[in-house]
Design a protein around this ligand. Structure first.
Ligand SMILES: [Zn+2]
Length: 303
């Protein structure tokens, strides 16, 4: 894991995804037959964890006792040294016998709730698994002809047998930006967030615009501030459900804020206030999750 990944949650997946190998006939079946294969367990937005807060990984021997609907076990890759294969499964929660076994092996927790506590590499694997399974769940039917799609390549894509169209897991680019003006930066909050929570502004990139244009449009739409120079900072996969957060620094050309419908409040904070927020000492604003894009942008700027 490089130094940067250590500070940005959901990056640093240590598995070898075996992109070339997985395309060879019989390779996924061979990984499935491996006696030492490990299976991560997801159910809805929850993940099976051990009492110490790390991932519960079940062995292939457990699988016949569970009901595992489409897409079946999805191949994640192999450990770099041992070549031990990893999969993710989403067993049916309504299957009583299977559920009893799973509950004897760990406890289900919401992925969002363990973002701050799951070890970095476990979190990267869990986030990818979560994105993949949500994509499978919403791509059972072909967007071209409406036919049923089938899982291919251990879950790396789906194929429509009726029209031969291939469907690949999608990633939705979104921009998240720290807007600054001299020694101030702009944070906003949504009406349905917990009291005291503020964040850098963000929005999805739309067809036909560059990252810089998306940044300027979002800021104009949300707070009516004009943006000049935009610079890339870093990126973060965000698995709710499959966003790619592109973190930016954006220099404001104007400071008057006009709130649009999306935000309940937005205002300029001094660098001293941001330092207070980050240490949890601000009287009205909660500290951000430090390893998500907003927290990393703020920390870098406050230094
Ligand atoms: Zn089709």
């Amino acid at each position: 894991m490089d130094n940067e990944s250590a500070f940005i949650a959901l990056t640093g997946d240590p598995l070898d995804r075996c992109d070339a190998l997985r395309k060879q006939a019989g390779s996924i079946e061979a990984f499935r037959a491996a006696p030492d294969g490990l299976y991560l367990v997801l159910q809805g937005d929850e993940i099976l964890l051990q009492p110490d807060g790390t991932l519960t990984l079940v062995h292939a021997g457990i699988l016949p006792m569970l009901e595992i609907p489409d897409p079946g076990p999805v191949f994640l890759g192999v450990e770099q040294q041992s070549r031990r294969p990893w999969f993710v499964i989403a067993p049916n929660a309504g299957h009583a016998a299977g559920q009893e076994i799973l509950q004897s092996l760990g406890e289900f927790s919401s992925l969002r709730q363990v973002l701050a506590t799951l070890p970095a590499e476990d979190l990267a694997i869990a986030g990818r698994s979560f994105s993949l399974l949500q994509w499978h769940a919403t791509h059972q039917f072909c967007a071209g002809c409406g036919g049923n799609t089938n899982v291919q390549g251990g879950g790396e894509k789906r194929l429509c047998p009726a029209c031969a169209r291939e469907h690949f897991p999608r990633v939705d680019p979104a921009v998240i930006m720290l807007v600054t003006h001299q020694d101030q930066c702009l944070l906003g909050r949504n009406a349905n967030w917990p009291a005291g929570q503020y964040s850098t502004l963000a929005g999805f990139v739309e067809p036909g615009e560059s990252i810089e244009e998306a940044c300027r449009r979002e800021i104009r739409e949300e707070v009516a501030v004009d943006i000049g120079k935009v610079t890339y900072a870093f990126s973060q996969p965000w698995p709710f459900p499959h966003s790619m957060m592109i973190a930016l620094n954006a220099e404001a050309l104007s400071t008057d804020i006009v709130l649009e419908d999306e935000l309940e409040d937005a205002r300029w904070f001094s660098r001293a206030e941001i330092q207070q927020i980050l240490t949890g000492d601000h009287p009205n604003v909660l500290p951000p999750y430090p390893r998500a894009a907003s927290g990393v942008l703020l920390r870098n700027w406050a230094k």
